[in-house]
Design a protein around this ligand. Structure first.
Ligand SMILES: Cc1ncc(COP(=O)(O)O)c(C=O)c1O
Length: 432
């Protein structure tokens, strides 16, 4: 049984100086009940909290830690870069090297601009799409999250659903009016929107595999259908691969599904755990970005040398070791198959969505293909299950509406430990 009195005390203290006691909402455990654990260190598959508890964990810092925590190649690259100063505010060789590597790895990217977060990447990409097309509106999908830029906080997925505020106060009507939304996987709804807003849509943006309403996969033909529609209508197709980039394949979901967008946004793994994002795409579009073109976008710390060193080490490793993806898929399949068996034995209603090293468990009898079906999951049961897993030293994402991530640090032995905890936790969650 894990108890965490020091974390409890820190959480009380944090609330005096930090809104809600955390620097990002989902960390607060509100959706699952209980208080967050405050971490002090992490190595490989484990995180350690202030109370000395150890957790086998499946959030990977919400995605970046695909090689497990404190991966030596990344740590060493950072240590080597530090003595040369933490920032220059002037260009460096490393920025060219990482740009060349990204261009090499991601099919749609011919030119790329580095930023500091996924939010900056998506905000900037849409601005560029608007500048390039001379149009104002964009289409996003219900339950997809693209960071906290104003125009994306409409039907925004995970953090927002978790808190029960799908549309945030502070976003003006004017901004909201330019964001049109369609259900994920509903190509006909998109076509209807495009028809009704002829020559006004600058961009269609989506997570090609949605990870922010829980994991939801694109149905056959959906991504290609969007590609064809965008080509026909002169709309910029943006794949937000902040989560899926370098996670599902070296070239992300676009490589896995063989559909090439016009622009791509990246984050998470690209920084190896440091705050990095990027957006890129076709040359003719990216040449609109300042100083090459008229669309302004800038950043004091963009292309920061320490962050670039961490990201470069991570990407070089993944580029050179494509077997990482087959191994991760095998590990995750073992987990998913074991969980299915556990739940079938207990006669439970469930759907597990899975691709590569990402998966989500939904406690519902329906297939989960969009935000509406994701919402049929029993979130109270999920909360009890989450806490029962935590008590057994397994740290899952503290929300139904998140994807879980498996890292290369999860061995076969740990899969067995995970499945044992899973079986016990499910029984406990069902009892209460
Ligand atoms: C698909 C997607 N886009 C954008 C973002 C925003 O990235 P950041 O939190 O780095 O601003 C996230 C964050 O989870 C994401 O999952």
């Amino acid at each position: 049984m894990k108890i965490a009195p020091i974390s409890e005390e820190l959480f009380q203290r944090a609330q005096h100086s930090i809104p809600g006691g955390v620097n990002s909402p989902v960390r607060a455990f509100r959706a699952v009940g209980g208080n967050p654990r405050f971490m002090v260190s992490a190595k490989g598959p484990y995180m350690y909290d202030e109370d000395g508890n150890r957790y086998m964990e499946f959030i990977n810092s919400w995605g970046p830690m695909i090689l497990g925590h404190a991966a030596e190649i990344v740590q060493e690259a950072v240590q080597q870069a530090i003595p040369n100063s933490l920032s220059f505010g002037a260009p460096t060789r490393k920025e060219i090297e990482i740009a060349e590597l990204i261009v090499d790895m991601v099919p749609s990217i011919e030119k790329v601009r580095m930023v500091n977060s996924g939010t900056e990447a998506t905000m900037s990409a849409v601005r560029v799409a608007r500048g390039y097309t001379g149009r104002n509106k964009m289409i996003k999908f219900e339950g997809c999250y693209h960071g906290h830029g104003d125009s994306f906080l409409i039907a925004a997925g995970s953090g927002a659903i978790t808190l029960g505020v799908p549309d945030s106060p502070g976003v003006t009507q004017g901004v909201a009016a330019d964001t049109l939304t369609a259900p994920f996987n509903d190509l006909e709804a998109v076509k209807t929107l495009v028809e009704a807003n002829k020559d006004q849509i600058a961009a269609i943006i989506l997570e090609p595999v949605a990870g922010n309403m829980g994991l939801v996969l694109p149905e056959a033909g959906f991504l290609q259908g969007l590609r064809d529609l965008c080509t026909k209508e002169g709309i910029v197709l943006i794949f937000d691969e902040v989560m899926t980039g370098f996670r599902l394949a070296p070239g992300g979901a676009q490589q896995l599904f063989g559909v090439t967008p016009d622009m791509t946004t990246l984050g998470k793994i690209i920084g190896g755990g440091m705050p990095v994002g990027a957006y890129g795409g076709k040359k003719e579009i990216m040449n609109f970005v300042a100083p090459a073109g008229p669309v302004y976008q800038a950043g004091t710390l963009s292309g920061n040398p320490i962050a670039m060193s961490a990201g470069m080490a991570m990407l070089q490793y993944l580029h050179a070791h494509p077997e990482v993806y087959t191994n991760l898929e095998q590990t995750t399949s073992k987990m998913v198959n074991g969980m299915k068996q556990n739940m079938q034995e207990l006669g439970m209603n469930f759907t597990i969505n899975h691709v590569g090293s990402m998966f989500s468990i939904f406690f519902t009898e329906q297939p989960v293909t969009d935000f509406e079906s994701a919402k049929t999951s029993d979130t109270a049961l999920f909360g009890r299950y989450f806490n029962a897993m935590l008590q057994r030293g397994v740290y899952l994402a503290p929300s139904q509406y998140e994807s879980l991530f498996v890292s290369t640090a999860i061995t076969d032995e740990l899969v067995q430990e995970y499945l044992k905890a899973n079986s016990e936790a499910l029984k406990e969650a069902l009892l209460r």
